[in-house]
Design a protein around this ligand. Structure first.
Ligand code: ZN
Length: 581
């Protein structure tokens, strides 16, 4: 039952340009399905945005900050695709482009108007500001706790989902007094607006109709083009959902996709809503799947029940999620919306709807070309800076890929619903603390599960040390996404716990990490336990306390981060199959 080493070999050679992330968000875009070409589209005017005040000239060196995002070509081998599938893919890419103008407005109502203003400054510095704005998808630095660099306004916690001046308490008080509107106001797919002294919920289908309607038409056209039944079914039901805001059936159809060309498109993650974590941002991933490689990983999904039972959590806290858990290895050929921001996602686990997950499980999608690229361009040079050479030998691309996979698998493990309730989702109970805690859980639990499978003999013994070292180095990669981002904050939480538990330290002489592998392993188990308990109890206060104490860069290791200054934080994708150069 040993896991073979075949993955990395086909992985590393294969693709033209590869890059990678398990993390964060994207850049502004055009309002029409603009031709093709050019990287991230620019937010067009026509916005409903309130015109922002004069942009502030940033004092920092944005040129250096821009250099932290290495342009990287991402593509896939499409030579073997039948012509009709390639034609369908092209229509899907056009639909995906329309997620950009929506996402720009979801980030902030003023985004589009501000970008227009910035675009008029043709000085060198002005160009840098605009380019950084496009990477950050707005005027705040996601790499630096939302520090403004092209505006004087602070980053609104409710992004573009709520009135900017709306406070959490005021929202809650209004909801408490208007029970009939509660569901709509708290919906994943509505924007909250003021209506006189009241609040009202505007469905996404109405608010973003200008882009959702043509996107739906393009998906319908693609459905007529492809010969793959499962893709047809999903494209049609997702197109319908754009008009009705009812996404459940299309989420189920997405689970059943069995096609070379695949797409994930719609409102998914709630990271951008830092007020309540309840509004979903639009994004799209257009991918070409590798069925043979996916089949090789299928064996791990059968081990999920054993992994669940082995978790170091209270006996009653085990999640009751049924269904399947397909694993797809894909190469990404285009992304948009939240999927295309400062930090590029390398893997995801969807859908988020716990009702669909209970019935059909959740699909883990690994963006292979991104994973390989991020390992080569970022993790390896970063690890060389912070690891002792004696431990650097354990850094492994295969362990990085496996940790990415098991991170995603682990999102399906542990508590799903709050103790004593049948259907109160942990996500709802923990509100804005949910995302960072869940990401930290998935990291630590992913490592915990791989170590368990090493012990069982499902992975070779050598994976034990490789995993621990590659996982730890990987956290230092993620923490550079910034503590304003769920994965970055979650990584900080883990690193701070390791320092507190004495599992890692900075060697005063070499200034490199000193890792105590057995203590690290023990500390991972403790993190899994502690987060699962907070989730199971739905204890929002405890979640906030944990993130406040551990969720930012620690004094003990901030020097290490400073030393990494010249290593790229992430890649900036270039998608030739979408006409980008
Ligand atoms: Zn995750």
């Amino acid at each position: 039952m040993k896991r073979s080493h075949l993955l990395l070999v086909p992985l590393l050679g294969a693709l033209a340009g590869c890059h990678s992330k398990t993390g964060a968000p994207p850049a502004p875009s055009a309002s029409a399905p603009s031709a093709s070409a050019k990287p991230p589209p620019a937010p067009s005017a026509s916005a409903s945005a309130s015109p922002p005040d004069a942009a502030v000239a940033p004092k920092e060196d944005l040129h250096a900050k821009l250099a932290q995002f290495v342009p990287s070509v991402l593509t896939a081998d499409v030579a073997s695709l039948p012509p009709e599938e390639k034609a369908a893919m092209e229509k899907i890419i056009e639909a995906a482009r329309l997620m950009d103008p929506i996402y720009d407005r979801q980030v902030w109502a003023g985004n589009v108007a501000l970008r227009e203003k910035l675009a008029k400054d043709s000085s060198e510095h002005g160009k840098d500001v605009l380019a950084y704005f496009d990477v950050m998808r707005g005027p705040w630095d996601r790499q630096n706790e939302w520090k403004p660099f092209a505006t004087e306004e602070p980053h609104p916690k409710g992004a573009g989902f709520y009135p900017e001046d709306l406070k959490a308490d005021a929202f809650k008080a209004f909801v408490a007094g208007h029970a009939a509107q509660k569901e709509a106001l708290e919906s994943l797919t509505t924007v909250v607006k003021r209506a006189g002294a009241d609040l009202e919920a505007v469905p996404y289908s109405k608010e973003y109709a200008e882009w959702l309607k043509p996107a739906a038409a393009l998906l319908d056209e693609a459905a007529k083009t492809t010969k793959n039944r499962s893709l047809q079914k999903f494209l049609k039901s997702r197109a319908a959902a754009f008009g009705t805001d009812k996404y459940r059936q299309s989420d189920k159809d997405w689970m059943d996709l069995d096609s070379r060309v695949e797409v994930t498109i719609g409102p998914y993650e709630t990271y951008a809503d830092e007020l309540f974590g309840q509004k979903a941002a639009f994004e799209a991933f257009v991918t070409v799947s590798d069925p043979a490689e996916s089949a090789k990983l299928d064996k791990y999904k059968k081990l999920l029940p054993a992994m669940e039972l082995n978790l170091p959590i209270p006996a009653d806290a085990h999640g009751a999620r049924g269904g399947d858990s397909p694993i797809h290895v894909v190469d990404v050929v285009f992304t948009s919306g939240e999927a295309r921001g400062s930090v590029q996602t390398i893997a995801f686990n969807l859908p988020n709807d716990e009702v669909v997950r209970k019935e059909k499980g959740a699909k883990k999608v690994l963006l292979r070309n991104l994973i390989v690229t991020k390992f080569d361009k970022i993790l390896r040079p970063l690890a060389a800076k912070i690891l002792d050479p004696a431990q650097m030998v354990f850094l492994s691309g295969e362990a990085f890929f496996d940790e990415t996979l098991f991170h995603e698998l682990s999102h399906s493990l542990g508590p799903a619903f709050v103790k004593g309730t049948k259907d109160k989702e942990v996500r709802v109970a923990l509100e804005s603390s949910y995302s960072a805690l869940e990401e930290a859980k998935a990291d630590a639990m992913g490592a915990y599960n791989i170590l368990y499978l090493v012990q069982r003999g499902d992975f070779p013994k050598a994976m034990h040390d490789q995993l621990l070292v590659s996982y730890l180095a990987g956290l230092f990669r993620s923490v550079r996404f910034g503590a304003s981002e769920a994965h970055g904050k979650g990584a900080a939480l883990q690193i701070n716990r390791f320092f507190e538990d004495g599992a890692v330290d900075v060697d005063p002489k070499s200034k490199k990490l000193a890792i105590d592998l057995p203590k690290l392993e023990a500390s991972i188990g403790k993190i899994v336990h502690d987060i699962a308990v907070v989730q199971w109890e739905g204890d929002k206060r405890a979640a906030e306390t944990m993130l406040k104490r551990y969720g930012s860069v620690g004094d003990a290791w901030k020097g290490l981060l400073a030393d990494m200054g010249d290593i790229a934080v992430d890649v900036k994708p270039i998608y030739p199959l979408a006409g980008e150069h």
